[in-house]
Design a protein around this ligand. Structure first.
Ligand code: 5GP
Ligand code: MG
Ligand code: MG
Length: 180
């Protein structure tokens, strides 16, 4: 275990098994869409690793597209400001869209994003989030696919960073508070 990690929450194996299950669930749920498939939208950069693994567990045509929004900056606290830094490359009108998120905390980022994507009239719009924090103040968001519920602590690994570090840890863990 990395020295800066206080506790491992989900091991590499646990993550792989859960991503497997979500992939199978998505494959079943969109079984009618075997021709057109789905568009997986990843919110950069935290969700990129989750989406890459998830895409390989979906047995349907999968298009991968990316958006970048400003949220936490480099720190551990939400700025409350959401801005699109990079938009999708493809049109999603009439497509089945699944947004892959790394972690749902306040839900503010995702709420804004979903409203924005819905205005482009996709055939359907769902969310797959790797993690959902147990917090009291969370925007009401319909999340069809949830990897794990996690404690309200600062989490890193498997795509999640602190100041751009720790994304490459193969597991999900809690960062030692003295690190930030
Ligand atoms: P929200 O808008 O739901 O509060 O959070 C937006 C983004 O902040 C998440 O998608 C994620 O990128 C980042 N974030 C929230 N909580 C954590 C956390 O515990 N660890 C890390 N590394 N990022 C987080
Ligand atoms: Mg995110
Ligand atoms: Mg971050």
């Amino acid at each position: 275990m990395h020295n800066d990690i206080a506790e491992v929450l989900f091991t590499e194996d646990e993550i792989a098994r859960r991503v497997d299950e979500i992939g199978a669930q998505i494959t079943r749920d969109y079984a009618e869409a075997t021709d057109e498939g789905i568009v997986l939208v990843s919110v950069l950069r935290g969700a990129a690793i989750f989406m890459a693994d998830l895409a390989r567990r979906i047995e349907l045509p999968v298009e991968m597209d990316y958006m970048a929004v400003s949220s936490y900056g480099d720190g551990a606290k939400s700025s409350g400001v959401v801005r699109i830094l990079k938009d999708l490359a493809s049109e999603i009108e009439g497509r089945h869209v699944v947004v892959a998120e790394d972690i749902l905390d306040s839900g503010l980022t995702l709420k804004y994003l979903l409203k924005n994507l819905a205005s482009r009239h996709p055939a359907s719009l769902e969310v797959a989030t790797l993690l959902r924090k147990k917090t009291l103040a969370q925007a009401k968001i319909e999340c069809k696919y949830i990897g794990f519920e996690c404690p309200d602590r600062f989490i890193v690994g498997y795509g999640l960073d602190y100041a751009e570090r720790y994304r490459n840890l193969p597991y999900i863990g809690v960062l030692k508070p003295e690190m930030y």
